[in-house]
Design a protein around this ligand. Structure first.
Ligand SMILES: [Zn+2]
Length: 186
């Protein structure tokens, strides 16, 4: 949490605005409205198999997930996920559509996780070994036998592997279920 105004450096004070206590600058009237963390995840399909990566870091070291990471302030979501996949695995990919948005509001932080399906374009594996133990393309049957993060399991269910099926471009439906405190929109 901020203690000092990011605009002028004056100590912030608490004021209730719209029934919620906010940190306000008594000097320049800056209001700190909220803390958000926005991250992207990607599901890449190649030869009817799904790209998964194995985490090298806690929490969840050894677990398989879809690649992803935090969005930079100045990049759009599709650029963010293609960059993350390139950094982590070396693969060049192209975003196709949003398959799932996971939403986790909280007192300290509001966590928003946007997941894309992407098409494989080019490149071979060059793993970022500080982040990953392993990576590969796997069939749904193979994935069932692997330790896969719960949220990744939910995302995999929504992915279109058959290229003949029309992609459901950018469509996000009303919230339906909940996993690990995230509301899942699909
Ligand atoms: Zn200020």
């Amino acid at each position: 949490m901020f203690k000092f105004c990011p605009q002028c450096g004056t100590k912030l004070t608490s004021h209730t605005i719209n029934n919620i206590p906010r940190l306000v600058c008594p000097n320049c009237h800056y209001v700190h409205w909220s803390n958000e963390t926005i991250s992207t995840g990607g599901i890449v399909i190649k030869d009817h198999k799904i790209l998964l990566v194995q985490r090298a870091q806690h929490p969840g070291r050894g677990l398989w997930t879809n690649p992803g990471g935090f969005v930079e302030q100045t990049e759009d979501l599709g650029t963010s996920i293609a960059r993350e996949i390139k950094e982590e695995t070396g693969l060049v990919t192209k975003p196709r559509e949003i398959v799932l948005v996971a939403d986790k509001p909280g007192e300290r932080n509001h966590n928003i996780f946007v997941n894309f399906q992407l098409d494989y374009v080019s490149g071979d594996f060059h793993l970022q070994t500080s982040e990953l133990l392993n990576a590969g393309f796997f069939t749904r049957e193979e994935i069932k036998q692997m330790p896969v993060a719960k949220l990744t399991q939910e995302i995999i269910k929504l992915v279109i592997i058959d290229e003949k099926q029309k992609p459901n471009l950018g469509k996000i439906n009303v919230p339906s279920t909940e996993t690990n405190g995230f509301t899942l929109y699909r």
